[in-house]
Design a protein around this ligand. Structure first.
Ligand code: FAD
Length: 408
């Protein structure tokens, strides 16, 4: 076999791949000469996604001097509608918790940031085949053959790299359908993201996220359906469900451009690393309970990039240690907690979790602060902790109208 011509090849130029490259290059600037990101689509490329970007991901990027300046709708809070009631919560100090971006713009701008830092990002190059051997990894691509010492699979939900690493069906799969519509009178203020979780038989939720498309203030609305292990994709007619919700809002799904896509949830029991190969972002799996994946992808890259740079320097390319590193890191803990919550929330005790949320709406205030990467209010944390210990799952209306309230 020929000697590798690259130290690191990253397959996939979405948030996971680009942030892995950016953070790796930040740790070891020399690596830029021997690293390439391969993206099969030419930028700007579409990715079906509501574009709800958590502030904690922007903060992680900012920690290495990367700011992604694209049209955004800023959020300060979240709203939840449950079968027995609904409420919204903002950060009590009115801080921004995230923004809605258009992926076609965000990913392109992030790729340009990587290029501006001297990272080779080759778009329009598709990886077709992967073969590992003791001396490296060979990639056949639409633009020729590459050989690398190490490979990152950041190639999203249908990851080719994952299939090479660990063929098999994912435990958590989800299907998602979204549309962009005009705003309607009953929409909430545009700084709130709304989660509609009103049907106890639906394993998923519907959402309304204010967005901006070519300068027009629109609302991205969609339906997320988690297929519990053992269930089938065709068990749920997502278009009918979204159609009914749009009709309630006076909108017609038939007049909207529908975007349908799959998602893969993280499971701690599925491999994320093997000799010379590491998976990041949705290739490894994202949040199964909500399908949130942009921040997970960026934070996963922020962890994997420097770790890989160090391994490439020492030549220790087994990568067996990465799952333990991931498990201890914030993003890995986040993954495991959400994996556990998905089982619990969508299980037989669902009604208790819903009632607990209604009884202690400040759980969402804390969630909002965590989501935004903001300092968490310690007094609030203590109050919520105490309430969780005390509460008997009795629904109670939330108070504090300044930063939250109930839905009419
Ligand atoms: C409808 C929908 C709405 C969503 N809304 C949100 C939201 O509001 N907030 C949120 O946080 N998450 C959301 N998500 C999830 C989020 O979009 C993903 O989790 C996120 O994009 C994962 O990032 P990634 O970089 O891992 O993968 P991707 O963004 O999918 O990037 C993978 C890249 O790899 C490229 N690629 C694939 N195969 C190859 C190959 N063989 N060769 C070269 N390149 C290849 C692809 O073209 C793609 O650009 C949503 C998902 C869906 C489907």
């Amino acid at each position: 076999m020929t000697r590798p011509d690259h130290d690191l090849v990253v397959v996939g130029g979405g948030p996971a791949g680009l942030s892995t490259a950016l953070f790796a290059a930040h740790r070891d600037p020399e690596l830029r000469r021997r690293m390439v990101v391969l993206e099969k689509e030419p930028y700007p490329r579409e990715k079906p996604c509501a574009g709800g970007l958590a502030g904690r991901a922007d903060r992680a990027l900012a920690s290495i001097g990367v700011t992604v300046d694209v049209p955004s709708v800023w959020a300060t809070g979240m709203s939840v509608a449950l079968p027995e009631g609904g409420f919204f919560r903002r950060d009590p100090r009115g801080r921004r918790i995230g923004r809605v971006v258009r992926r076609v713009e965000f990913d392109h701008a992030l790729a340009e940031q990587a290029r501006a830092r001297g990272i080779a990002v080759r778009d329009g190059v598709k990886v077709l085949r992967i073969a590992r051997d003791e001396g490296g990894v060979t990639l056949e691509t639409s633009a020729g053959t590459l050989r690398t010492r190490a490979l990152v699979g950041a190639d999203g939900v249908g990851s080719l790299v994952r299939k090479e690493l660990a063929p098999g069906v994912a435990t958590w799969r989800a299907q998602v359908l979204e549309v962009d519509t005009e705003p309607v009178d009953s929409d909430l203020p545009r700084d709130l993201w709304h989660f509609h979780v009103v049907d106890p038989d639906f394993v998923g939720y519907l959402w309304d996220f204010p967005t901006i498309v070519d300068g027009r203030p629109l609302v991205c609305r969609g339906a997320y359906h988690l297929m519990l292990p053992g269930t089938r994709a065709d068990g749920e007619d997502l278009a009918a469900r979204l159609g009914r919700r749009l009709a309630e809002l006076g909108l017609d799904l038939g007049r909207c451009k529908k975007k349908r896509y799959a998602e893969r949830g993280f499971s701690p029991f599925e491999p994320v690393a093997g000799p010379r190969v590491l998976l990041v972002g949705e290739a490894a799996g994202v949040d199964p309970i909500t399908g949130e994946g942009i921040a997970q992808a960026i934070l996963h890259g922020a962890l994997a990039g420097p770790w890989l740079a160090d391994r490439l320097r020492t030549g220790d390319l087994g990568f067996e240690g990465f799952p333990a590193v991931l498990a201890r890191a914030g993003v890995g803990i986040d993954h495991r907690v959400r994996h556990e919550l998905a089982h619990r929330f969508f299980g037989p005790s669902r009604v208790h979790y819903e009632r607990a949320l209604l009884a202690i709406p400040d759980t969402i205030t804390l969630g909002v602060q965590y989501f935004g990467g903001l300092s968490v209010d310690k007094a609030l944390l203590a109050r919520v902790g105490l309430a969780i210990v005390r509460q008997g799952f009795a629904p109670r209306r939330p108070r504090d109208p300044a930063h939250g309230g109930t839905h009419a």
